[in-house]
Design a protein around this ligand. Structure first.
Ligand SMILES: C[S@@+](CC[C@H](N)C(=O)[O-])C[C@H]1O[C@@H](n2cnc3c(N)ncnc32)[C@H](O)[C@@H]1O
Length: 227
């Protein structure tokens, strides 16, 4: 049950079988995860990387194999997700912040690359725009912000069709219907997705340029923007 929970507690529970649940519940999840490395310019070699809403570390795991010497900072509200990352990356000297984005200190000009996989749809419109500004100020000049998410506003006329297709996908993977019921309960309580075209405008307003759609299937989208 999601009633009465906050994001941190919800994802403490979700952490138990996270990757399998995401593969079965989020269409194109693995393609969106691999897009983080694939979409970077060939000559881009980040020394400092910030992962916002790192979860169990699937995005960082992709990046660290390409950039093993970079300094990684991992932020997540869920202590259990942070613990999974500490275990998985215990050979690395990573920096961990178990906190909400609104409490994280976005130091100016500190990162070459900031990533967020499926985490920003938990922020409302005001917080998303504020986080975009924080991310922009925290990137070094020429730095890249790269993030994937469900990017459709719940009032978009395509939203009912999106839910129908999404439900088919989840029920195909988990035929007893319980998982889809849980996904919808979570979606109602915690998810505030925004259309990708709106987010592109907000990225421009936050100071980004060269905004690219690195991956898009229906409204499952990966955007990349340069400071
Ligand atoms: C769906 S998971 C994504 C994990 C991983 N990035 C991935 O792509 O699989 C979202 C994560 O973001 C975290 N999160 C959501 N909203 C947050 C916020 N406002 N501040 C900090 N962490 C947040 C959750 O705790 C959760 O671990």
């Amino acid at each position: 049950m999601t009633t009465g929970k906050n994001i941190a507690l919800e994802f403490n529970d979700f952490s138990k079988n996270y990757t399998n649940d995401m593969i079965g519940c989020a269409p194109h999840y693995l393609q969106l995860v691999s897009s983080f490395v694939k979409s970077l310019p060939d000559n881009f070699k980040p020394n400092s990387i910030l992962d916002l809403g790192c979860g169990n570390g699937n995005i960082t795991a992709q990046l660290v194999s390409y950039f093993p010497n970079a300094i990684f900072t991992l932020v997540d509200a869920s202590s259990e997700m942070i613990d999974l990352c500490r275990n998985q990356f215990n050979d690395y000297d990573f920096i961990y912040s178990n906190m909400y984005f609104k409490d994280f200190l976005f130091n100016a000009e500190s990162y070459d690359l900031i990533v967020a996989g499926f985490s920003l749809h938990h922020c409302d419109n005001t917080e998303k725009q504020s986080v975009f500004r924080d991310i922009n100020s925290s990137l070094k000049k020429g730095g890249i912000f790269s993030y994937s998410d469900l990017m459709i506003t719940k009032t978009n006329p395509d939203h009912p069709m999106l839910l129908k297709e999404w439900g088919k996908f989840v029920n195909n993977n988990f035929p007893d219907g319980k998982k889809w019921a849980w996904v919808m309960e979570h979606y109602e309580a915690f998810d505030k997705p925004t259309d990708y075209l709106v987010q592109i405008e907000w990225l421009k307003n936050a100071g980004f340029s060269n905004i690219q759609i690195a991956f898009k299937k229906e409204y499952w989208v990966h955007l990349q923007a340069v400071k």
